[in-house]
Design a protein. Structure first.
Length: 150
C-alpha cells in the first residue's frame, strides 16, 4: 500500500492535484473520495474530469446518485452515496461500468459498497482546517495504481 500526504493551501492547488490525476487515467480505475460535507470531494472530481480532457461541467450527484462525464477516450462515472442506506440498487450499475475498459469510477461516500468491489482503489481522504481554503489530502493506493500519484 502506498500512502501520500499533501497539504493544499488553496482551491487552485487542490484542483491542480486532481487535474494531474485526471490526465493519467487509463480506464478501469476506481477512485474513492472520503471526507466530511464541504471538504472538497466534488471540487476534486471537477479537477479530475478537467484533467482527463472533458469539457463537461461537474455538479454533485447527491440527489441523482450518479452522473456521467465523457472525455475523448474515457467515460467517468461519478457516484455519490450520501443518501443511500444500502448498495443493492446501485451495485449493478457500478459493475456494468466496471465491465467497460474505458470506464473510470469516482465514488463519494463509498462506505456502503466497499465490500462489494474487489478491485484495487485509489482512496483520497480530505480533511479541512479552520482556514476554509486549506485541506490535508491523504492518498492511499495499491502499487498497481501508483502511476496516478507520481
Amino acid at each position: 500500500m502506498i500512502t501520500k500526504q499533501i497539504d493544499s493551501n488553496s482551491v487552485e492547488e487542490t484542483l491542480d492535484l486532481a487535474k494531474k490525476i485526471g490526465a493519467r487515467l487509463k480506464g478501469g480505475e476506481i477512485i474513492e473520495l472520503v471526507g466530511d460535507l464541504g471538504s472538497g470531494k466534488t471540487t476534486f472530481v471537477s479537477g479530475i474530469v478537467s484533467g482527463a480532457n472533458s469539457r463537461d461541467i461537474v455538479s454533485s450527484p447527491t440527489f441523482v446518485i450518479s452522473k456521467l462525464y465523457k472525455t475523448p477516450t474515457l467515460e467517468i462515472h461519478h457516484f455519490d452515496f450520501y443518501r443511500l442506506d444500502s448498495s443493492d440498487a446501485i451495485i449493478y450499475e457500478i459493475n456494468d461500468a466496471l465491465s467497460q475498459n474505458n470506464a473510470v469510477i469516482l465514488i463519494e461516500w463509498p462506505g456502503i459498497i466497499n465490500a462489494s468491489i474487489d478491485k484495487p482503489k485509489l482512496v483520497i481522504d480530505f480533511t479541512y482546517s479552520k482556514d476554509i481554503n486549506k485541506r490535508q489530502i491523504s492518498i492511499k493506493c495499491d502499487k498497481s495504481l501508483e502511476y496516478l500519484i507520481n
